[in-house]
Design a protein around this ligand. Sequence first.
Ligand SMILES: NC(=O)c1ccc[n+]([C@@H]2O[C@H](COP(=O)([O-])OP(=O)(O)OC[C@H]3O[C@@H](n4cnc5c(N)ncnc54)[C@H](OP(=O)(O)O)[C@@H]3O)[C@@H](O)[C@H]2O)c1
Length: 259
Amino acid sequence: MDLDLAGRTAVVTGASRGIGLEIVCALVAEGVTVVAGARTPTDELRALTDRVVAVDLALAGGPEELIAAALADGDGIDLLVNNVGGNPAPFDGFLSVTDEHWDHVLELNLMSTVRATRAALPSLVQRRGAIVNVASANAHLAQPVVVAYAAAKAAMLNLGKALADEFGPQGVRVNTISPGPTLTSLWTAEGSAGAAMATAMGLTQQQLIEQLPAMAGMTNGAMTDPAEVAALVLLLASGAAPSMRGAELVIDGGLLKAV
Ligand SMILES: NC(=O)c1ccc[n+]([C@@H]2O[C@H](COP(=O)([O-])OP(=O)(O)OC[C@H]3O[C@@H](n4cnc5c(N)ncnc54)[C@H](OP(=O)(O)O)[C@@H]3O)[C@@H](O)[C@H]2O)c1
């Protein structure tokens, strides 16, 4: 299928590794110019694009700086992928979660999306572009250990619908992808949420990565490959299905059971 993305310009947040890096890789392979943001750009990212912005997207002003860099050196923005997000190590339930944790999780996941979107929308409207937000299957799973993260991701689903409704008539397509457990540094890195969860369960990280899919009821037997999420971004970015507006694509190996 010709996705007709060559020559477009995209901004990808949280692009230095994991799902964001795979999204950059997939877009560049389609001939898209990618402006990429992360706090610490990696060699892998720099090998894909020279338009890399080192920026903290959880701070007010960070997303705006990234969008300004994209607009400074080009014709405009055709695609915004709000991928940055995450969850500091799990906590022990609602009463253990401080205001600081709530603030950080909301800023990193929800407000980064709000701010990047607000800054990019004039250009996206002008170019009849698209927004793809990366939420999480956790938006649908009320798990006490990730209460703030799940609430932030659920808010992103609502935000995506509202944006699709308001800006759809001006030609901007807004959709959301909700991954389930996906094999990235969120699970593999030292000090990650995956490391904390493995310790809490008396497992090594590798054991957790191998056993979690079955424990969680994923029917494909393994965590999702981040490249699969990137493939969905390409589809939503392409306009191959222009009637997809305010939609959510869940890619979770069959984790979610509710209809
Ligand atoms: N992996 C999963 O199982 C899973 C499941 C569902 C949803 N998701 C969602 O998918 C998205 C990507 O997750 P991932 O697994 O790829 O995460 P990851 O491997 O931890 O990568 C996160 C990316 O975001 C960047 N980042 C983190 N904090 C940042 C900040 N304050 N400012 C700028 N950049 C920042 C990181 O680079 P720097 O550290 O250099 O800044 C990195 O490039 C997130 O929204 C996550 O919630 C992931």
